[in-house]
Design a binder for this molecule. Structure first.
Ligand code: DLL
Length: 432
């Protein structure tokens, strides 16, 4: 029988032990950035704090936040704490606006990242006899190589298919006996849809698990993927600024465990920026505990989330985070109501006739912001004619009104009109 945990010591450490470990690493990291990175020295001095002021974990709240613009302003290596001779890899996030965010790693940073990835994949049934099809984008994006390293560490057979060429992905699943696939959830849906069109029954293949992440997705979408793909859908969360994927992972109970011996999480109220108690929703903030090339201190992720320290059936004591509700950047304020795309997705997915292919279009009519939801539906609805299309659109719209409290016109688009995702799906089209 194979071991239950990849790294039992840390995955099942009691809270007192974990906090002591975190404090020691945190003190070391604060001193490291203070000594090595002028930006942090200035920021700490300005805030009137010294690394030695951090005597308990709660003292971290005295230290200033780091925000994305700081990373952009210091592009490419202004926040790097080691000489280039100690850097062995540089990743970057594509970033939709402006310059990318860089992620340099020392050899030790890479090693830790690999361990975090192996830990997550192991918790998700990946073993040395697995065939892992890695359909994350390979390259500067941290997804591809992050999953490659973790799967390599476990020693499974890796199929580095990369993102795209969907028909070929399906052939590989069939011919290579893929048991596990890694990609974004929206790309998995693209693959499932293509398999259905090709008449390939995925339940007849060896595929059993999916390892999804890099974008928000609702529980309803996860259920849809599990049903249509005949797999257990696991999740990974992470960001380039911290290491990439490997920050947290789901166990068999769908709880998202944070690798809190490597990253220290906090939730702050996005308005007041004060830390909030466990169980309260807010903005997720992370401090790296062990990285050397580019640690981040109190990095505001803009991801909206809740942390919990509930007992999990898997036996891991690592703190858990809820599914990400969305990013503060993606939050729309419609008629004074805060709405995240994932909330709209949840309502859409209540309707079995609706495909998980949708877009939210924001436009301006005069001074007023206007929102419409465009979605594709199952072929039966199109075949039944315009009347049933209109009826469905009305029903979905009134359900959105009921659940979210705003009037959102729903437009049913002809089949194949929404672009299929191979990476992170673009849900919001802002024409304002
Ligand atoms: O997306 C790293 C990653 C790759 C994670 C593969 C998981 C799997 P970035 O491109 O820097 O890094 O984007 C980071 O993506 O702040 C979240 O807003 C979002 N994100 C990542 N994972 C999830 C998830 C990678 N599981 C940003 N659920 C983050 C919701 C996610 N959002």
């Amino acid at each position: 029988m194979s071991k239950q945990y990849w790294d039992e010591k840390f995955e099942t450490m009691n809270e007192t032990g974990m906090r002591a470990f975190q404090l020691e690493k945190l003190q070391g990291t604060l001193q490291w950035v203070y000594d090595k990175v002028p930006f942090y020295k200035n920021a700490f001095d300005e805030a009137g704090v010294k690394p030695s002021d951090c005597r308990k974990l709660e003292d971290l709240a005295k230290f200033p936040f780091t925000v994305k613009t700081v990373l952009r302003d210091n592009y490419p290596f202004g926040l790097c704490a080691v000489p280039m001779s100690d850097v062995v890899r540089i990743h970057a996030s594509s970033g939709t606006t402006g310059k990318p965010i860089t992620g340099p790693y020392t050899a030790a940073d890479l090693e830790q990242w690999t361990e975090c990835m192996a830990r997550g994949l192991w918790a998700q049934e990946v073993r040395s006899d697995s065939v892992f099809q890695n359909a994350y984008g390979m390259g500067l994006f941290t997804g591809g190589l992050g999953f490659l390293q973790g799967a390599m560490r476990i020693g499974c057979a890796i199929v580095p298919s990369g993102a795209g060429m969907t028909e070929r992905q399906i052939l590989l699943i069939q011919d290579f006996g893929t048991t596990a696939i890694g990609c974004t959830p929206s790309y998995c849906l693209t693959i499932i849809e293509k398999a259905e069109k090709m008449g390939v029954d995925l339940s007849k293949t060896k595929l059993r698990t999916g390892h999804f992440g890099a974008e928000p997705w609702s529980i309803e979408m996860r259920t849809d993927i599990e049903k249509r793909g005949h797999i257990h859908a696991y999740e990974h969360y992470g960001l380039t600024e911290l290491m990439g994927p490997g920050v947290s992972f789901t166990c068999e109970y769908y709880n998202i465990h944070v690798n809190e011996d490597h990253v220290y999480p906090e939730i702050v109220d996005p308005g007041t920026l004060e830390p909030v108690p466990l169980g309260t929703e807010g903005e997720l903030v992370f401090t790296s505990l062990q990285r050397r090339a580019m640690p981040v201190i109190r990095y505001r992720t803009r991801d909206i989330c809740t942390l919990r320290r509930d007992k999990c059936g898997c036996g891991r004591s690592l703190i858990t985070m809820d599914k990400i509700l969305g990013r503060t950047d993606d939050m729309m304020i419609i008629s004074g109501v805060n709405v995240f795309p994932s909330q709209i997705e949840t309502v859409l997915m209540e309707f079995p006739q609706v495909e998980p292919l949708y877009q939210i279009r924001l436009s301006k009519k005069g001074y007023i912001d206007h929102i419409t939801v465009e979605t594709e539906v199952k072929s039966e609805v199109y075949q039944a004619g315009q009347k049933s299309i209109d009826e469905l659109a009305k029903k979905v719209s009134s359900r959105i009104q009921q659940v979210i409290g705003i009037n959102v016109p729903v437009i049913i688009l002809p089949a194949e009109s929404i672009e299929r995702s191979i990476g992170k799906a673009k849900r919001v089209i802002d024409e304002r």
